[in-house]
Structure formats: structure tokens, C-alpha cells
Design a binder for this molecule. Structure first.
Ligand SMILES: *[C@@H]1O[C@H](CO)[C@@H](O)[C@H](O)[C@H]1NC(C)=O
Ligand SMILES: *[C@@H]1O[C@H](CO)[C@@H](O)[C@H](O)[C@H]1NC(C)=O
Ligand SMILES: *[C@@H]1O[C@H](CO)[C@@H](O)[C@H](O)[C@H]1NC(C)=O
Ligand SMILES: *[C@@H]1O[C@H](CO)[C@@H](O)[C@H](O)[C@H]1NC(C)=O
Ligand SMILES: *[C@@H]1O[C@H](CO)[C@@H](O)[C@H](O)[C@H]1NC(C)=O
Ligand SMILES: *[C@@H]1O[C@H](CO)[C@@H](O)[C@H](O)[C@H]1NC(C)=O
Ligand SMILES: *[C@@H]1O[C@H](CO)[C@@H](O)[C@H](O)[C@H]1NC(C)=O
Ligand SMILES: *[C@@H]1O[C@H](CO)[C@@H](O)[C@H](O)[C@H]1NC(C)=O
Length: 465
């Protein structure tokens, strides 16, 4: 059908007006890797109390979708990573997934985003990378077939899809994925008017280099520190904008300057291991409140390279999740404790001005690198069978890591998996820290400043300076 020029013009005009008013709205990632979290119906009440405009889940859990029925909360669901390879090869399987997990809920749950996998291009299974865009296309066409027109299809990327992000104008996708994956992905996103979803964590950039990056610059608190990109002359006042613009420039370099960026995750940890810098309630509250203020501001701020562009977002995460593997920070990204109480006051609608948050924040005590001795022990409450696996791995790394816990040796007693693992973790860390060994062991270990040695058994330690 031909569209009269006048109608086209009217449409363009209306679109401009409505998009100018459409400021960013902030949602929350609802991760469920905890054994002590509230049920979905309670979680939805808590989302409302935070004034979250949206929620993102890491699957399409029907129990959660049922709890979201007849609410105003926009919902993002996800195709699990392990289904991507098969879906990329079979339209029938894609149709079936949409038929089962999306169609029954669409009428009364505001499903608006369907993300295919999570950080696939960081997943060690390289084969899946090449299945990603074909799977996205199949899912889109299944949605079309089911007339589920309001759902945008995307996939969240970590910022390590970039091989260069500095200066922002030098933003470039990794050469292993730029041509074969990013280009067809951007073509798909551009054609379907979807978004480039990205997980942005100034915390990790700052924590990796706190000497050279200013903390206030990472927290949106810097008054006098700015960075001017020498190529574009654009001036930056925070690390977040720098990262977003690096992505924008990388997309432009591949010929797609107009694809919108959607923050799939951002946040700051409210706690972590003793040797992890800057993870505390104080910084977490400042960062998340500032993100909300910025992304919901009217008039819309955007970024230096994209002034006035609205940015939609999801904070990470709803709860502190006690079963997330990795360093302690991973289990401390929540806005809420597992019992549902707020870790600090926050209003995701952006309607509460910062001065209305009444309760004083606890002082930040770990904004400087930890100095002193540390040991690595089995984490409290860790799954014993996983600890046993980590123990045998640590002992297989050589250099006599585990000699003292052999039968009859000085650290054999007490003969328990947890005790032996704590010895082996400390011993492994002490030997291999210099060459990149960490105190993590898939999340079953944690560092401690408290010497676990007793009797004749002295645990090796790591000294941080
Ligand atoms: C993918 O398909 C293969 C072959 O049909 C099947 O064996 C496998 O279980 C499927 N994988 C998943 C995760 O469903
Ligand atoms: C720009 O990015 C390239 C890699 O894409 C890198 O080799 C180069 O060093 C970067 N330039 C600057 C000034 O950092
Ligand atoms: C991206 O989409 C816009 C609007 O639909 C279109 O005008 C443009 O040509 C597309 N860009 C590319 C490189 O395909
Ligand atoms: C920024 O201001 C702070 C406090 O006013 C001051 O201590 C600091 O030296 C200033 N930094 C720069 C780069 O000007
Ligand atoms: C950036 O600023 C410098 C000095 O003011 C000027 O010479 C240059 O042309 C500017 N570059 C751009 C891209 O605006
Ligand atoms: C919820 O848990 C936190 C952290 O364990 C605790 O400080 C707080 O008092 C608890 N709140 C309620 C209402 O139980
Ligand atoms: C511990 O982990 C193993 C292996 O992943 C799992 O089969 C088992 O159910 C877990 N046990 C508990 C108590 O969570
Ligand atoms: C293992 O021990 C040897 C001898 O003490 C030492 O030279 C080597 O650096 C150690 N290897 C590692 C990875 O620490």
C-alpha cells in the first residue's frame, strides 16, 4: 500500500513529539539464585514498592509471569543459553518455545522484551556465538506468526564485546565477532527497531584500576574531574557515559549509528570479600540513586555523543542472591535483603529527590585497597559436594599444595572436607596468586583476614599491599 506523503510527514511529526516526552524508565533484574528469596507474588509487591517500571527475568518462569498478571510492570523474559543452538536450527522449536512460554501470558502480562541468551559472546562455548543471530531471527519470526507484535527481540552483551573503549570515539567491537556476528546482529536490531542491550558496570572498571580512575567519576559524583575525548572533543563527567558512547561509536563504525542502547544491567555491590575494594552500602546507594536520577531526568540528558536520547534500563538486582558463584560482590548486588527489606532507600521512579532520603548511609570503610594478610577458606554454607570437587582440583595443581593434609601429616586432623578444603584453598592461593590464581573456586571459597591456623597446622597466607 502506498502511503501518502502527508501522512508520512504527520506520522514522523507525531513520532518525534512522543519520543521527546518518553524519558527513561528504570526497571530491575529479578535474579533468583538464592535459597532464601521471597515467592514471586511477594516479589511483585516488592517491585511495586520500589516503583520499578519494568522487571527482567533470566528465563520465562511461568510462576513469575503469573504473579505479574494484570500489573503495569513491563516484562523482559529470556531464552536460556542452552536452548540457543537448537532453536537456531529449527523454526518448529522456536515456534514451540514462543507458544509455550510467551503466548499464554501475553494478553495480561506486559511482555515487551525477549532476550535470547545472556552474555553469549562471553560464553566459552564459541559454537553458540554463531547460533545467536539465527536464533534471534527465528524467535522474531515466531512472535510475528503468533501476532505478538509488541515484543522486541535482543540479547544482552557484556562490555567485553569491545576490544577498545578508550577514548570513547575509538570504541571498536572485538575483531573475532565484529564482521561475523555483530554486523548481522546490528542489521537485525536496526531492521526490527530493537535495542542493543548491554551490561554496564563502572564498578568493575574502577575496582580493577582504582589508582588511575577516580571513585567519584565512577559514582557520578565528580564535580571537577572531566575527560575530553581528543578526537571528538566531547567532554565526559562520568565513566558510565564513556562506556555507553564507546558502544555507540563501535556500532557507528560498523555502519549502524542509530541503534538504541538499552542498559540490561547496571549496579554497584553493597558488600563483598574483605579484599574487594569499594563494595559497600554507601557507594551502592550513591551509584544507584545517581543512575536513576540521570536516566529519568527531564529534559532527557542522554550522553555526550547522543545528547537527548532516552536510555532505558534495568538495575542489577532485586535481591542479594546467596547462591551466585564467584567473588563475594556477586552475592551483594541487591536493592533488597532476602527478607524483603531495603538495604538503602531508593525510588526507581526518580520522583524522590535525593535530599528526601532520610536515613543516613553507613560510612564507606573499604574505599582504599585492603592491606594485610588474607586466607582463603570454604565459604559459609557452601555445598559440600562442590567444596569436595574444588578441593581435589586445588590439590591437583601441583607444587605440593596439599601435602600437609595427607593422612598422618600435621594438618590432617580434623579430617573433614571443609577443613581440608580451607587448607588447600589457602595453600593454592598463596602459591598461585602471583600467577593469577584467585580465591573463588566457583564461588565455594571466600577470603578472610582471620587466621584459621590452629595447633601445629599453619595455614599459608597471601599478603596484599
Ligand atoms: C538439542 O537437540 C538435540 C538433538 O535433537 C538433543 O539431543 C538435545 O537434547 C537438545 N538440547 C537441548 C538443550 O534441548
Ligand atoms: C584504538 O583501538 C585499537 C584497537 O581497536 C587499539 O589498537 C588502539 O590502541 C586504540 N587507540 C587508543 C588511542 O587507545
Ligand atoms: C537502519 O534503519 C533505518 C530506519 O529503518 C534505515 O533508514 C537505515 O537504512 C538502516 N541502516 C542500515 C545500515 O541498514
Ligand atoms: C577536585 O576538587 C577536590 C575538592 O574540591 C580537590 O581535592 C581535587 O584536588 C580537585 N581535583 C582536580 C583534578 O582538580
Ligand atoms: C577540537 O578542539 C580543537 C581545539 O579547540 C580544534 O582544533 C579541533 O578542530 C576540534 N575538533 C573537533 C572534531 O571538533
Ligand atoms: C532483614 O535482613 C537484614 C539483613 O540480614 C536485617 O538487618 C534486617 O533487620 C532484616 N529486616 C527484617 C524486617 O527482618
Ligand atoms: C550440591 O551440588 C550438587 C552438584 O551440583 C547437587 O547435585 C546437590 O543437590 C547440591 N546439594 C545441595 C544440598 O544443594
Ligand atoms: C612452584 O614451586 C617452584 C619451586 O618452589 C617455584 O619455582 C614455582 O614458581 C612454583 N610455581 C608456581 C606457579 O607458583
Amino acid at each position: 500500500m502506498e502511503t501518502p506523503v502527508g501522512a508520512m510527514f504527520m506520522f514522523a511529526l507525531l513520532f518525534c513529539i512522543s519520543s521527546a516526552e518518553m524519558a527513561g524508565k528504570v526497571g530491575v533484574n529479578y535474579g533468583t539464585l538464592g535459597n532464601n528469596l521471597p515467592v514471586p507474588s511477594r516479589s511483585v509487591e516488592l517491585l511495586k514498592s520500589l516503583k520499578a517500571a519494568r522487571v527482567k527475568i533470566y528465563d520465562a518462569n511461568p510462576k513469575i509471569l503469573k504473579a505479574l498478571r494484570n500489573t503495569d510492570i513491563q516484562v523482559s523474559i529470556m531464552v536460556p543459553n542452552e536452548l540457543i543452538a537448537n532453536i537456531s536450527k529449527s523454526q518448529a522449536l522456536s515456534d514451540n518455545w514462543v507458544q509455550t512460554y510467551v503466548a499464554p501470558f501475553y494478553a495480561d502480562v506486559k511482555i515487551r522484551y525477549l532476550l535470547v541468551g545472556n552474555e553469549i559472546l562471553t560464553n566459552p562455548d564459541i559454537g553458540t556465538w554463531f547460533n545467536l543471530v539465527p536464533a534471534m531471527r527465528r524467535i522474531k519470526s515466531s512472535l510475528k506468526a503468533h501476532r505478538l507484535h509488541k515484543i522486541k527481540v535482543g540479547t544482552p552483551s557484556a562490555t567485553n564485546v569491545l576490544e577498545s573503549s578508550f577514548p570513547p570515539s575509538n570504541g571498536t567491537f572485538r575483531s573475532d565477532i565484529a564482521a561475523p556476528i555483530m554486523k548481522p546482529m546490528l542489521q537485525f536490531l536496526n531492521r526490527t527497531k530493537s535495542f542493543f542491550f548491554v551490561d554496564v558496570y563502572p564498578y568493575f572498571s574502577w575496582a580493577a584500576d582504582p589508582k588511575n580512575i577516580n571513585l567519584d567519576y565512577a559514582l557520578f559524583e565528580s564535580k571537577n574531574i572531566t575527560y575530553t575525548d581528543p578526537v571528538t572533543n566531547l567532554t565526559y563527567t562520568n565513566l558510565f557515559d564513556q562506556t555507553i558512547d564507546a558502544i555507540a561509536f563501535a556500532m557507528k563504525r560498523l555502519g549502524y549509528p542509530d541503534v538504541r542502547i538499552f542498559i540490561a544491567e547496571t549496579g554497584w555491590p553493597n558488600g563483598g570479600d574483605v579484599d574487594q575494594i569499594g563494595c559497600n552500602i554507601h557507594n551502592a546507594a550513591i551509584y544507584n540513586r545517581n543512575v536513576v536520577k540521570r536516566l529519568t531526568a527531564k529534559p532527557i540528558i542522554g550522553t555526550p555523543a547522543r545528547p537527548g536520547w532516552p536510555i532505558q534500563s534495568f538495575l542489577f538486582a532485586l535481591y542479594n542472591e546467596n547462591q551466585k558463584p564467584g567473588p563475594g560482590t556477586e552475592r551483594h548486588f541487591g536493592l533488597l535483603y532476602p527478607n524483603g527489606s531495603q538495604i538503602y532507600e531508593i525510588d526507581l521512579s526518580g520522583e524522590t529527590p535525593v535530599w528526601e532520603y532520610k536515613k543516613p548511609l553507613p560510612e564507606a570503610t573499604n574505599n582504599e585497597p585492603y592491606k594485610g594478610k588474607l586466607w582463603c577458606v570454604a565459604a559459609k554454607g557452601a555445598n559440600t559436594s562442590l567444596v569436595a570437587t574444588a578441593l581435589s582440583w586445588a590439590c591437583s595443581q601441583g607444587n605440593k599444595t596439599c601435602d600437609p593434609i595427607k593422612p598422618g601429616k600435621r594438618c590432617y586432623k580434623p579430617n573433614s572436607v571443609i577443613w581440608h578444603a580451607s587448607y588447600a584453598f589457602s595453600s593454592y592461593w598463596a602459591q598461585f596468586q602471583k600467577t593469577g590464581g584467585t580465591c573463588s573456586f566457583n564461588g565455594v571459597a571466600m577470603s578472610t583476614p582471620k587466621d584459621p591456623s590452629f595447633g601445629h597446622c599453619k595455614f599459608p597466607s597471601v599478603r596484599l599491599a
